[in-house]
Design a protein around this ligand. Sequence first.
Ligand code: SF4
Ligand code: SF4
Length: 365
Amino acid sequence: MSYDKCVRCGSCVKFCPIFDAIGEEQFSPRGKTYLLQVMDQIDEDEELGREFRRLLFQCTMCGRCAEICSSDVDLLRIWHEQRAKAYETAPEEFEYIEALKKSLANVRNIYGLPMDDRAIYWVDELEVDFPDIEDRLYEEGKNADVMIFLGCLMSFRGSQIPVLHSLIDVLERMDIDYLIMGAEEFCCGHPLDLIGDEEGAKELQKHNRGVIEAAEVKQVVTCCPGCLMQLRNHHQLDAEVLHHTQFFDRLLEDIPKYSQKEDFTYHDPCELHRLCEVKKEPRSLLKKMEIEFREMELSCCGGGGLLRLTDPNLSDKVIQLRAQREKLNRSTVITCCPACREQLLGTDLKTVDIVELLDQVMRGS
Ligand code: SF4
Ligand code: SF4
């Protein structure tokens, strides 16, 4: 087993956001790896098994431990496999997963809201400035160059509407031929992937693939790194899949200069930076706008790995700790992930998506 390679050096411990928040060894990657080794050596221990299953879901799946480990313990894959095994062994311990699965099976989104609501609230809001926005919603028979895949968070959360407004504004200014999947979009399957339900995820992805293929698009663009990962790795698309920062960085060379009055810090979303390896383009866009920024310590916002669902208090604790450290710098946090944005909005830090900055410079404001 790969976890046998753990030599308990402890390099991973201090980088784990959960250990950082709780300070107890069993929550750390080394602690969980040790528990796995112990469980291999003793007869089934009900109490230990239950504790280990709980710990597996008190993790943001940020991948920092796997990146740090010099013994090549494939930690992220281990957490994935063990989560699937945990859910299979004791489904009764995971009521929230049952609720999530039911919601995805019935209405194809994580919120349990009616499917049509995917393109209701934000459409109503955006219509004021973009009266023809409904024409951009995908329907059978429509084609375009680019398909915008919003994902559950951006489709349903009011807090994401300013980002969506900026995204549409920039696309319109650039005269991009695009469609938005809207009510035809199903969840990308990322939440199911995080609990090892490959079949469930595949079913959602098959539907999305059908819509994307029917629209004959050349590119699929999303602002959500979790959706990006699923669209790229599991949807089996012929179309190219890009994060919005990649899409804009490729097309925009001469961007007006941003009139900077505040200090900025750039926060790398874990799934974008570490799991999708999109590191260059967000920074390149900021440089093209001549924005000066500080790099935030590479650490998770606490919003990934379903932690908001499995342990919202712990998720809050992770982001509040980061916010306390950042507050000293009094800067606005730039990011480009809807989940990171949600987490940051729960603190007293100011946050902005890169596309909002892009929109501001294009509007000349
Ligand atoms: S860094 Fe790797 S080898 Fe070291 S304690 Fe963590 S998992 Fe074990
Ligand atoms: S994936 Fe992130 S949160 Fe989970 S154990 Fe590793 S470092 Fe900690």
